[in-house]
Design a protein around this ligand. Sequence first.
Ligand code: PSU
Ligand code: MN
Length: 306
Amino acid sequence: MNLEKYLSVTPEIQEAVARGKPVVALESTILSHGMPFPENVEFAHKVEEIVRGEGAIPATTAIIGGKLKVGLTPEELDIMCKGEGVGKVSRRDVATYLVTGQTGATTVATTMLIASLAGVKIFATGGIGGVHRNGQYTMDISADLQEFANTPVAVVTAGAKQILDIGRTLEYLETYGVPVLGFQTDEFPAFYCKSSGYKLDYNCKNEEEVARIMKTKWDLGLKGGVVIGNPIPDEYALDFKEMESVIDEAIRMADEKGIRGKNITPFLLATIKDMTKGVSFASNLQLAYNNARVASRIAVEYSKLD
Ligand code: PSU
Ligand code: MN
């Protein structure tokens, strides 16, 4: 099957992938549904600059004009940041968006899918989706987790948002055989907070070790991705207990308003931002920058292995 009909990769990224040079995928849901306009415009550009500063090429993904886009122009980034009429696209929505020509922001799941179609192996996000609290009753489990089970992309994340059930999220990943690596940490990080109380089996000492584990997994023909938990830097980390009460209240509000499905994550992020008077948002920006930095360094190490 010729993918050209559906896939539009910038020449710079195509060339880099063909030569095995470092490329880092970036998502667009964090822009359209995770952060307010116009602050997200500065973020979108700065995160790409960080990737370039580390010697890698940024590949922000989105669905625009009936194409899966890998690498966006400044105008396209602007469309995603304004977010007007931009849907949140999970794996199940991809074909529909291509046929109808709707503009779609890609989640972690969809960004992994598109990155792998373009030959990109590494992706930096903010936080991955997971099993929602009470997910054992509601069955609200992010499609991100199934993508990790199936799609060969490594994702650098500041852990799972405390709005989720972190324990069940880790159990789910274990069941599907997904390696969860701590990057210089013994614990899976909790997004705004450095630690979640959940211990990990592997504390990777540096980027090279992560790159070698990724390569070994895929050399063996093991399918699926890799989760790399990279804690938020000390100076921006928030207190777990304080955040716990804010999050409980935000979840209660979502419940009361009957917010469901794909709207829950954006609602909680926006509500928590308001409740913390923007403190959580400043942390959100910094953890995402930090993930872009580490992902780029891993991409550089990975490119030396082949
Ligand atoms: N992390 C952030 N901001 C976000 C998200 C994650 O810091 O906006 C998005 C990601 O795109 C992730 C999605 O894939 O939330 C998960 O949504 P859901 O829980 O509906 O699967
Ligand atoms: Mn969900």
